[in-house]
Write a protein that binds this ligand. Structure first.
Ligand SMILES: CN1c2c(nc(N)[nH]c2=O)NC[C@@H]1CNc1ccc(C(=O)N[C@@H](CCC(=O)N[C@@H](CCC(=O)N[C@@H](CCC(=O)O)C(=O)O)C(=O)O)C(=O)O)cc1
Ligand SMILES: N[C@@H](CCS)C(=O)O
Ligand SMILES: [Zn+2]
Length: 759
């Protein structure tokens, strides 16, 4: 009999119950006890969704982030947080979110750095290390949840992040070698495994996704050291890898002295046969056979075609699971009421993916005939999608087929263009601007909700948003910013908004996915060929520009970011889909230009995120991603200034590729890393204008004028000052007006003093 299990379930809740409880707790509206009750309630519901599996994950639930939870389990919280006092939960949130000096009688606490979880749109809190970091076990959370799961009649399989990946994910703040901490870390992992064994745990899932990345000899050796150390434990270890191929780490992974290995058979189908051959006969092989990263129904018959021979070979050694944790997909398709029924029939969210897993297991255990109806439904859905007239449009194909290199080229080079742009725009040195969004207040969201529910007419909604745009322009004029934005009040999200207006997209009502902490996104579903039925942003930008003499930036999301933050069709190469998006955005760019926009910003916040995990695959991706951006952006006249923006990632290693985008100005996140990005400019001169972020918008702390000037002085060491812009790291939608106004006031004052040469 094959064993079924799951690597992790989405924790935010089908109706974002966790988000609302977290935010209520942070506002002091509920206490710790109530938050804990919501947590337990969600765990219970989610385990019930998984009750047909042989083993359910425990420890995948988190009040903020699973990596931060592991830091707590290992007693690795930075000193600044330990000293801050408060309950364990308060300290936990303090590291996750920071605390401004204003909130407390004492000094602020700097939040932990947040970064991308591999190539996903989930963000984790980076573990902090230094040379003398010591670890201490705190296993309470896991033990309590094991007891909870057992009380519900389930067989718990604790999930932890493995020791090597834990170190790999972190950062040594003193630049010491974090791998040198392995010796100090392993005894605590042993202690944890012993504790779990004492609580009767049979299997532990040990996540080691670092195995799908490029590892040097030291990191590879660390895997051997670690698992030889841990092999004496009385629990069986299932080492899980996901998000990619093992490649040169395949033999290493197969030979680790553990009881089982999980391979992501969706992203590494060609490695299944090799792993089946390599894996020693006493080990279990878990195969991730249902895609945990997208929302398409699996083709169960074709999956069985390759899985049955594997099952014939492995018999009871075969386990089945989704490819990775289901954290990256929404909870439940059943509550969707407005999706077109045909499109809905093509989809599977987390709960449906587990159903698919159970069908596959039943087919292996009892033959396909035992699940004939379910297999037929799956096949019918696959055929319906493949043949649907909604998916394929020859006119769109003809347009991408006609793309020539000239489409992505500006007429003249940047030095020539910038002169024309400066003449037209007449901006001062160190021009100040923001990234696009201003606070998305509860009031704005409520208005949108009322509009969606039909409680507010379209005209009243537009009027309400216009008032917000007008308020935003007034505030920016009063602050003295040089290049204004309309504030993006009309957008639910920078990707979903565009998806809603492009043909080829569908939307869910409740398809929320956690992005970080309590923040969620609802990725639109890109199911078919993409075209733009009409202008998407024009009226808002026109209106904003009508209110001011200062330039207002046209504000768009770029094709690569739209692609990376959507659930994307899997029936054609991503490049093809991205080019379709690029042509649609290009039309909008040209409409904005024709309407008089002198500056157009095209955000590519997710360009870095889409980068393959293996360096060998980078060039291929970067070639088509940059081609798509250039097609979207570069149809404009020389005097029209193109901006782009990037955030949430480290860009040093792709800065030359970014330069190839040939945007006139790039605004880029740098303040949280103290301008580390600028190290990239040591051997490489970024050729165009650049606005390195000087205001960390993720923190409630308000940057001081002096801090901003110091960051700009650092930037000026690497970039000629005539090419520098002054701006925050990212959009301001998550902040409050009370925070934004003084911060921008300081930013504008810093710019003035820099212009006047005041040190
Ligand atoms: C820049 N970032 C983005 C990423 N991915 C995206 N797709 N979009 C991004 O902007 N990835 C990297 C980063 C991640 N950062 C963030 C930052 C902020 C959020 C965020 O604020 N998310 C919101 C949801 C946004 C949204 O879709 N809003 C809708 C619905 C709002 C809503 O919840 N309405 C309530 C009623 C209103 C109320 O009472 O407040 C309801 O429907 O019940 C809208 O504005 O209409 C969040 O709330 O988490 C995400 C990623
Ligand atoms: N224009 C967007 C970019 C976020 S990455 C914003 O300002 O929110
Ligand atoms: Zn950003």
């Amino acid at each position: 009999m094959v064993t079924t299990h799951n690597l992790g379930f989405p924790r935010i809740g089908a109706r974002r119950e966790l988000k609302f409880a977290q935010e209520a707790f942070w506002k002091g509206q509920i206490g710790e006890e109530e938050l804990q009750i919501t947590g337990a309630d969600l765990r219970r519901k989610h385990w019930q969704n998984q009750r047909n599996l042989d083993q359910v994950p425990v420890g995948d639930f988190s009040f903020y982030d699973q990596v931060l939870d592991m830091s707590v389990t290992l007693g690795n919280l930075p000193e600044r947080v330990n000293q801050a006092g408060g309950s364990e939960l308060e300290r936990y949130f303090r590291l996750a979110r920071g605390r401004s000096g204003r909130e407390s009688s004492c000094c602020g606490v700097q939040a932990g750095e947040m970064t991308k979880w591999f190539d996903t749109n989930y963000h984790y809190i980076v573990p902090e290390f230094h040379q003398h970091t010591r670890f201490q076990l705190n296993g309470d959370r896991l033990i309590e949840q094991i007891i909870e799961a057992r009380a519900q009649g389930l067989s718990p399989k604790p999930v932890i992040i493995g020791p090597v990946t834990y170190l790999w994910l972190g950062k040594a703040k003193d630049n010491s070698d974090r791998l040198a901490l392995l010796g100090a870390l392993l005894p605590v992992y042993s202690e944890l495994l012993d504790l779990l064994a004492n609580h009767g745990i049979d299997w532990v899932q040990v996540d080691e996704p670092a195995l799908v990345t490029d590892l040097d000899a030291d990191w590879r050796h660390a895997f051997n050291l670690a698992y030889h150390h841990l092999k004496t434990s009385n629990t069986k270890l299932l080492v899980t890898t996901y998000f990619g191929e093992l490649r040169e780490n395949l033999q290493l992974a197969c030979e680790l002295p553990v009881a089982g290995l999980h391979l992501d058979a969706i992203s590494a189908p060609q490695e299944v046969a090799r792993v089946v051959d390599w894996l020693p006969a006493h080990k279990q092989l878990s195969l991730g056979v249902v895609n945990g990263r997208n929302i398409w129904r699996a083709n169960l018959e074709t999956t069985l075609d390759w899985l049955e021979p594997v099952h014939d070979k492995l018999g009871g050694r075969l386990w089945l699971a989704p490819s990775c944790s289901l954290l990256h997909v929404p909870v439940e398709l059943g509550s969707e009421e407005t999706l077109d029924p045909e499109i809905r029939s093509w989809l599977a969210f987390a709960t449906q993916k587990l159903d698919e897993l159970n069908v596959l297991a039943a087919a292996l255990n009892h033959g396909r005939s035992s699940v004939r109806k379910q297999l037929a439904e799956s096949t019918a859905a696959i055929h319906s999608r493949a043949l649907s007239g909604r998916v394929h449009h020859s006119s769109v194909r003809a347009r991408t087929g006609a793309i020539t290199p000239s489409l992505g080229k500006r007429q003249r080079t940047y030095p020539e263009r910038i002169t024309a742009q400066q003449q037209k725009l007449g901006l001062p040195r160190f021009p100040t601007t923001t990234i696009g969004s201003f606070p998305q207040t509860r009031d704005i969201r409520q208005a949108r909700l009322q509009f969606r529910r039909g409680e507010l007419t379209e005209a009243a909604y537009i009027q309400r948003i216009r008032e917000e745009v007008s308020h935003c322009i007034d505030r920016q004029e009063a602050l003295g910013l040089d290049v204004l934005v309309h504030g993006e009040a009309e957008r639910n999200d920078m990707v979903e908004y565009f998806g809603e207006q492009l043909a080829g997209y569908a939307f869910s009502q409740f398809g929320w996915v956690q992005s970080y902490g309590s923040r969620c996104v609802k990725p639109p579903i890109l199911f078919g060929d993409i075209s733009r039925p009409g202008a998407m942003t024009l009226d808002w930008i026109r209106y904003a520009q009508s209110l001011t003499e200062k330039p207002v930036k046209g504000m768009l999301t770029g094709p690569v970011t739209i692609l990376n933050w959507s659930f994307v069709r899997d029936d054609q190469p991503r490049r093809e889909t991205c080019l379709q998006l690029a042509l649609a955005i290009r039309e909008e760019v040209l409409d904005l230009e024709a309407a008089g926009a002198g500056i157009i910003q095209i955000d590519e916040a997710a360009l870095r995120e889409g980068l393959p995990l293996r360096k060998a695959d980078w060039n291929d991706y970067l070639d088509w991603a940059i081609e798509a951006f250039r097609i979207a952006a570069n149809g404009v006249r020389d005097e029209t200034q193109i901006h782009t923006h990037m955030c949430y990632s480290e860009f040093n290693d792709i800065i030359e590729a970014i330069a190839r985008m040939d945007a006139d100005v790039i605004t880029i996140e740098t303040s949280r890393s103290d301008m580390e990005l600028l190290d990239a400019f040591r051997g490489f001169e970024y050729p165009n204008d650049i606005g390195p972020g000087v205001y960390d918008i993720h923190s409630p702390n308000i940057p001081e004028k002096g801090q901003i000037k110091a960051l700009m002085a650092k930037a000026a060491e690497r970039i000629p000052s005539e090419r520098l812009w002054i701006n925050p790291d990212c959009g301001l939608k998550t902040r409050q007006w009370e925070e934004v106004l003084p911060a921008l006031e300081n930013m504008v004052a810093a710019a003035r003093e820099l212009r006047e040469g005041i040190q």
